[in-house]
Ligand binder design. Structure first.
Ligand code: SF4
Length: 332
């Protein structure tokens, strides 16, 4: 979140991008820059977590992105106000789970109702909440005592515009994953503009994000430019701007199921990718006389859940920290 020069501020302006800079390292993703009120601008990069190169750093790619002339023309002379990171549940229609269970309903981004083709999820999350409220009200009127599996929600969801909207956008993400930014983008343009989303087939991407990471031996380390402290920044000063805080002396909320894998597999085969995919510098390899050791700086955690998704050995158990800690984002 930035505060920019009032002469450059265009309230309501939306700038979306696709591909660059991630495409230079064989990855896909998109970007956004939104002009809010009060001279404020939100700028961000969305990195698809199915990338292969363990040397890729989404945080550093975001710093590169800000150097692009169409982006930096707004940010130059401005001031960084806040920083945050979050894994987006963007599997869409093809990834929706069963949304009801005894005593509860799974809604909004917890279920994955984001329309990623539009990078919009508030209207769909609100609709899922409205459908849930109607389902619960109908159950109460029918004398339900609670703890039931309100399977009627699925039928209400199926008949709503929310289902139709997500169904029409179902091929967007898989097309980009299967065909890349340009061919996938062309496919999406045809699907959206010429066919209105009414394709008779459904593309599916059944691969897991962590399973796509390839051994480091297949790549050269990526040299990222040093931050200039004006437009680009380092990770730790950025984490400071997220106002993240955790109760002292609580059990570490990021636990390794098998601590030996951190060095035996992650370090030796994948060059410890957690040092780079974590946007908060939580995972750090400390070289000691006895050999390398993984240090987990859990108090820096932004709760983005990337490590839970991208760890190649799925060795990280993410438990909720005590005391309601975590980032505190103003206006984000
Ligand atoms: S430790 Fe995991 S959840 Fe926390 S900021 Fe890093 S990647 Fe995100």
């Amino acid at each position: 979140l930035w505060e920019i020069d009032p002469a450059k501020h265009r309230p309501g302006l939306v700038v979306h991008g696709a591909g660059w800079p991630l495409s230079e390292h064989g990855a896909t993703g998109g970007s956004f820059l939104y002009h809010l009120d009060d001279r404020q601008v939100v700028v961000g990069l969305i990195a698809d977590l199915n990338y292969a190169n363990p040397y890729l750093s989404p945080f550093e790619e975001f710093q590169r992105f800000k150097r692009q002339s169409e982006i930096r023309k707004y940010l130059d002379g401005g001031k960084r106000l806040c920083y945050g990171a979050r894994a987006i549940t963007k599997g869409g229609f093809n990834s929706l789970p069963k949304q009801s269970f005894p005593g509860g309903l799974l809604l909004g981004c917890d279920a994955g109702t984001l329309n990623f083709a539009k990078i919009k999820g508030i209207h769909t999350a609100m609709k899922s909440g409205m459908l849930a409220a109607e389902t619960v009200a109908a159950a109460l009127q029918a004398g339900d005592q609670g703890r039931s599996d309100l399977v009627g929600y699925a039928a209400a969801f199926r008949e709503s515009w929310l289902y139709s909207e997500l169904h029409q956008a179902r091929n967007f993400g898989p097309a980009l994953h299967k065909f890349g930014t340009f061919l996938g983008g062309a496919f999406n343009w045809i699907q959206h503009n010429l066919c209105g989303g009414r394709m008779f087939f459904t593309l599916k991407d059944r691969s897991s994000d962590h399973g796509q990471l390839a051994p480091a031996s297949r790549f050269q380390p990526i040299e990222y430019e040093r931050p200039d402290g004006k437009l680009t920044f380092d990770r730790l000063s950025s984490v400071f701007m997220s106002n993240t805080a955790h109760e002292e002396e609580q059990p570490v909320h990021l636990q390794l199921l098998d601590s030996s894998k951190a060095i035996a597999i992650n370090y030796r085969e994948y060059a410890s990718p957690e040092q780079r995919y974590c946007p908060a510098g939580v995972y750090e390899i400390v070289e000691e006389e006895a050999g390398p050791r993984l240090q987990i700086n859990a108090s820096n955690c932004l709760h983005c859940k990337t490590c839970d998704i991208k760890d190649p050995t799925q060795n990280i158990r993410w438990v909720a920290p005590e005391g309601g800690g975590g980032p505190n984002y103003p206006n984000m």
